[in-house]
Design a protein. Structure first.
Length: 278
């Protein structure tokens, strides 16, 4: 996926299926956004079958494509204990109806029910305790390889922004992954170099810093490589996202995970106008 474009497309409302989290309007309505190769549709999963579609895409990307080693109760699907507590955002190809992009969202209420967030399993988030009442945890974001252009990602982000505003939430956290496999070699040097580069310009204030539970051993790695961050991370940084500290190593996904914090108040003006109409 190339660099994300500046937001120029209007984003229609996503369909919002359940409970007070979503609009009480007709849940069958599906927002549509023009895409380079036909239309895409954005919606929230309304039942287990639709959640399974997201989990299948995640398996295809994380396991079949990236080589993650996951234990799952349903063959061909990426499933973990957080899924039952999350809202699942879907982007579909309007012609084929295939799910081509997804995020999952864990709200503060559901985080209390499950007992933590996925990020809590990788980092000590003690310093974020004052943010938790209005903080959602994002995760398992992925896009089908045939659709990795800015349109799908912008559609997902537009629906997320709408969700946040409607539910009086203002902070998002998550782990942005950097693959350990680079040019056919498993190495942490690329992740160390990316962290060094972006920590110089995008580090959060120290009062929000977190500690990895399984740190990437930065002191043993070559952090001098001239490499660009993955396109999704570059997109996050353009939205005003801050890094919360050094990366953790996720052995299941074989990635270095950067803890990231995005606050709506930090959105640059052009994205604030586009996503929030402010």
């Amino acid at each position: 996926m190339s660099d994300l474009p500046s937001p120029t497309m209007p984003l229609s409302p996503a369909s919002l299926p359940r409970g007070s989290l979503h609009r009480p309007s007709d849940a069958s309505h599906v927002g549509q956004v023009s895409e380079a190769r036909g239309g895409i549709e954005v919606s929230w999963a309304r039942n287990l079958d639709e959640v399974r579609e997201a989990q299948k895409l995640r398996f295809d990307v994380f396991v079949s494509e990236m080589g993650a080693q996951l234990s799952t109760p349903v063959a061909g699907h990426d499933i973990d204990l957080f899924d039952d507590f999350c809202e699942h955002l879907l982007v579909r190809d309007a012609l084929t109806r295939q799910v081509i992009g997804t995020y999952r969202v864990l709200t503060p209420v559901q985080a209390r029910r499950v007992g933590s967030t996925y990020s809590d399993t990788e980092f000590d988030l003690t310093r974020l305790r004052t943010l938790r009442s209005r903080m959602v945890a994002l995760g398992r974001s992925c896009v089908h390889p045939d659709h990795r252009h800015g349109g799908v990602v912008l559609a997902l982000w537009g629906a997320l922004a709408d969700f946040m505003v409607r539910n009086s939430l203002d902070t998002m956290i998550g782990c942005a992954s950097i693959p350990m496999l680079h040019n056919g070699v498993v190495t942490g040097d690329v992740a160390a170099s990316i962290y060094r580069r972006i920590s110089e310009t995008h580090m959060a204030p120290i009062e929000y810093h977190v500690r990895p539970r399984l740190p990437l051993p930065l002191e043993t790695l070559d952090a001098s490589l001239d490499v660009d961050p993955p396109a999704l991370i570059k997109g996050y940084l353009r939205l005003g996202t801050r890094i919360l500290g050094a990366p953790a190593w996720d052995p299941d996904f074989n990635t270095a995970d950067l803890p990231m914090l995005m606050r709506l108040e930090d959105l640059p003006a052009k994205y604030r106008k586009h996503f929030l109409n402010r």
